[in-house]
Design a binder for this molecule. Structure first.
Ligand code: GLC
Length: 569
C-alpha cells in the first residue's frame, strides 16, 4: 500500500461518529418481536438526520443465539430471524445512497459449538478440525486442565465425553475458543472477512480480539496479579500483534477498512500498538477502564457509587497517552454490554435530560471517534425492572444463580442484576408513543421500558431542545471544528469534587468543556489564562441550558450543567 493511501485511511473516520445497532432490539418489521435488517434499513434516514456516517451492525449471522449472536454457527450467512442475504444487500445499497458506511461485528475469538468446524472437531482426536479449537487432557489427578474461569461464571473448560478431553470456552459453554496457533484458523478468519469485504462492507468491529493468543503453557493462575481468573495468560497474549498484523496485510489494508478492536482488560501500551497507523493493525480501540470505576476492587457483581476522580483520571490519562503514542481512541459511554451510563454516572430521574446532554458534551469533546449506542441519543435510562423473570441475558441469569449459591438473598441478587445487567442496554428502542414504543407489532423478546411515552424518538425530533438535537449538534460540530479532531487534550480541574474540566488546543483554537457531574450547583475557578480571554473570541458551541453561565473568574454551573466553548484565534 502506498503511503498516501495509508494517510487517507488514517483520516476519514476521525471525523465520523459511529452508531451502534443492536439489531435484536432496534426495529422489527415482521411482528416477530425481534428486530431485523429491514428494520434498520427503514431507519437509515433517521440515522442520517442524526449525522451518522458509520453504522456498526452487531452479529446477524446464523447462531443458536445463546449469547444473542456472539455465538456464530455460520460466518457467511444471515440468520433467518434477522432476514435474508437480499435484505443485507439492500441495506448496503441504501447505505451507499446516503454516503453512509457499514461496520460488521466479527466474532473470531470463538465460534458456536454448533459451527460445522466444532461439530467436526469434537468427533475424534485425529479429525482435521480437531486443532481448530483448544482441547486439553484432564489434569493429572482428573478434573479441569487449569483454574481459568469463564467470563460468564464457572470454569472456562468444558468436558466432552466423546473424546475424554476438555475444550476451552472463555464465555458461554457453547462458545468454544478458536485455536489461533493454527495457521488454518487464521486463514479461515481472513477468508470470512474477505467474504464480507467483497460484499462492500467498510469495516469491522473485532469482538474481544485481544484474547486470541493464549499462553501455550496454560498455567494455573495464582491470583498474584490481576483478577486470578486466568486472564493474565490470554489477554494481549504473546502473539496477538503478530496475528493482527497478518489480518491487516491480508484484509484490512488491501480493502482500506475502518476497524475497531474490542480490548478486554487491556493496557495503554498495547492499545497504542493496536491503533497507531504505523503499526498496521487497527484504526482504533475500545478499552473499558473508565467503565469499571463503580466496581469495588474490580468486582463487577458488587455495587458501589462510582469514583468520580478515577473516572476523570482514566479518561484523561488515555487522552494524553494515546495521543502521545500516536494511537486513536474509540470514545463511548454505552454499548450492549453495559448498563446505561446515564443511570450510572448521572441522574436518570428528575435531571435526566440535563444529565444525558452533559454526558454527551463531555464525551464528544474528547479526542477519538465517538460511538453512540442506540437509545443513548434520546437519553434512554436503565429500564425499570420488576422481576428476575424479565431478564434474558445469559451472563445475568448465570450470575443471579451463582450469587444465590454464594449466599446472597433473592432481593440482594435482584438489586445487583438490575443495576449491572447487560439487559439494561438491550430493551427495545423507543420510537414513538404507540404500543411497544413502535418497536414491534408483536410481543417483544424483552420488555419495553414503561417510560417510552416520555422518552421516544418521535417526540424528540420535534423538539429542538431535546437530547436528540443536542447529539445532532455535537456530531455536526466534529465535522466542522478541526480542534475536535487534532486538539491536544489538557485537563483543567484539579480534583474538583463535582466538575470535570478540560481543554483541547490546536494551533488556532482552544476548545473548553466544563461539566458538573453532581446534582448541586458547582463553582469552578477558571485557570488564569482563561479568565482574561477576549470575550469577542468566545463562542458557546454546546450547552444544556438556555441560560449559559456568565464568563468570569469563577463559573457557576447548575446541577449537571455542561458547556462547550471555542476560543477562536
Ligand atoms: C464481547 C461482546 C459480548 C459478548 C462477548 C463474547 O464482549 O460485546 O456481547 O458476550 O464478547 O462474544
Amino acid at each position: 500500500m502506498t503511503t498516501k493511501s495509508l494517510e487517507n485511511q488514517a483520516q476519514w473516520w476521525r471525523k465520523s461518529t459511529v452508531y451502534q445497532v443492536y439489531p435484536r432490539s432496534f426495529n422489527d418489521t415482521t411482528g416477530s418481536g425481534i428486530g431485523d435488517i429491514r428494520g434498520l434499513t427503514e431507519k437509515l434516514d433517521y440515522l442520517q438526520d442524526l449525522g451518522i456516517d458509520i453504522v456498526w451492525l452487531q452479529p446477524v449471522y446464523n447462531s443458536p443465539q445463546n449469547d444473542n449472536g456472539y455465538d456464530v454457527s455460520d460466518y457467511r450467512s444471515i440468520d433467518p430471524m434477522y432476514g435474508t442475504m437480499d435484505d443485507f444487500d439492500e441495506l448496503m445499497d441504501e447505505l451507499r445512497k446516503r454516503d453512509m458506511h457499514l461496520m460488521l461485528d466479527i466474532v473470531v475469538n470463538h465460534s458456536s459449538t454448533e459451527h460445522e468446524w466444532f461439530q467436526q472437531s469434537r468427533l475424534s482426536k485425529d479429525n482435521p478440525y480437531r486443532d481448530y479449537y483448544i482441547w486439553r487432557d484432564p489434569a493429572p489427578g482428573g478434573g479441569v486442565p487449569n483454574n481459568w474461569q469463564s467470563k460468564f461464571g464457572g470454569s472456562a473448560w468444558q468436558y466432552d465425553e466423546a473424546t475424554g478431553q476438555y475444550f476451552l470456552a472463555l464465555f458461554d459453554k457453547t462458545q468454544a475458543d478458536l485455536n489461533w496457533e493454527n495457521k488454518q484458523v487464521r486463514k479461515e478468519a481472513a477468508d470470512l472477512m474477505r467474504f464480507w469485504a467483497d460484499k462492500g462492507v467498510d469495516g469491522f468491529r473485532m469482538d474481544v480480539i485481544n484474547l486470541i493468543s493464549k499462553d501455550q503453557n496454560f498455567p494455573d493462575d495464582d491470583g498474584s496479579i490481576m483478577t486470578g481468573d486466568g486472564r493474565r495468560y490470554y489477554t494481549d497474549g504473546p502473539k496477538v500483534h503478530e496475528y493482527i498484523k497478518e489480518l491487516y496485510e491480508q484484509v484490512y489494508g488491501p480493502y482500506d477498512l475502518v476497524t475497531v478492536g474490542e480490548m478486554s482488560s487491556t493496557t495503554m501500551q498495547h492499545c497504542i500498538r493496536y491503533s497507531n497507523p504505523e503499526e498496521r493493525e487497527f484504526s482504533m480501540t475500545f478499552n473499558f477502564h473508565h467503565l469499571k470505576v463503580d466496581y469495588p476492587q474490580g468486582k463487577k457483581w458488587e455495587l458501589m457509587p462510582y469514583d468520580f476522580e478515577a473516572l476523570k483520571g482514566l479518561l484523561s490519562s488515555w487522552q494524553v497517552g494515546m495521543n502521545e503514542g500516536g494511537g486513536w481512541n474509540a470514545l463511548f459511554w454505552n454499548n450492549h454490554d453495559q448498563p446505561r451510563a446515564l443511570s450510572r454516572f448521572a441522574d436518570d430521574g428528575q435531571c435526566r435530560v440535563a444529565s444525558a446532554k452533559m454526558l454527551a458534551t463531555t464525551l464528544h469533546g474528547l479526542q477519538g471517534t465517538p460511538y453512540v449506542f442506540q437509545g443513548e441519543e434520546i437519553g434512554m435510562p436503565n429500564p425499570n425492572w420488576n422481576d428476575i423473570s424479565e431478564f434474558r441475558d445469559i451472563e445475568s441469569t448465570n450470575m443471579y444463580r451463582i450469587m444465590m449459591e454464594m449466599g446472597k438473598t433473592e432481593s440482594e441478587a435482584f438489586d445487583i442484576i438490575s443495576k449491572r445487567s447487560r439487559d439494561n442496554a438491550r430493551t427495545p428502542m423507543q420510537w414513538n408513543y404507540g404500543g411497544q414504543a413502535g418497536f414491534t407489532d408483536g410481543t417483544p423478546w424483552i420488555k419495553v421500558d414503561e417510560r417510552y411515552p416520555e422518552i421516544n424518538v418521535k417526540m424528540q425530533r420535534e423538539d429542538p431542545s431535546s437530547v436528540f438535537h443536542h447529539y445532532r449538534n455535537l456530531i455536526a460540530l466534529r465535522k466542522t471544528e478541526p480542534v475536535l479532531i487534532d486538539g491536544r487534550y489538557v485537563r483543567l480541574d484539579e480534583a474538583h469534587p463535582q466538575v470535570f474540566a478540560y481543554a483541547r488546543i490546536n494551533d488556532t483554537d482552544t476548545l473548553l468543556v466544563l461539566s458538573n457531574f453532581s446534582s448541586e450547583k458547582a463553582v469552578f475557578t477558571l485557570p488564569e489564562d482563561y479568565q482574561s480571554v477576549d470575550q469577542g473570541k468566545l463562542e458557546l458551541v454546546s450547552g444544556n441550558s438556555d441560560q449559559p453561565p456568565v464568563w468570569g473568574k469563577q463559573i457557576t454551573l447548575d446541577a449537571y450543567g455542561s458547556f462547550m466553548w471555542i476560543i477562536r484565534g
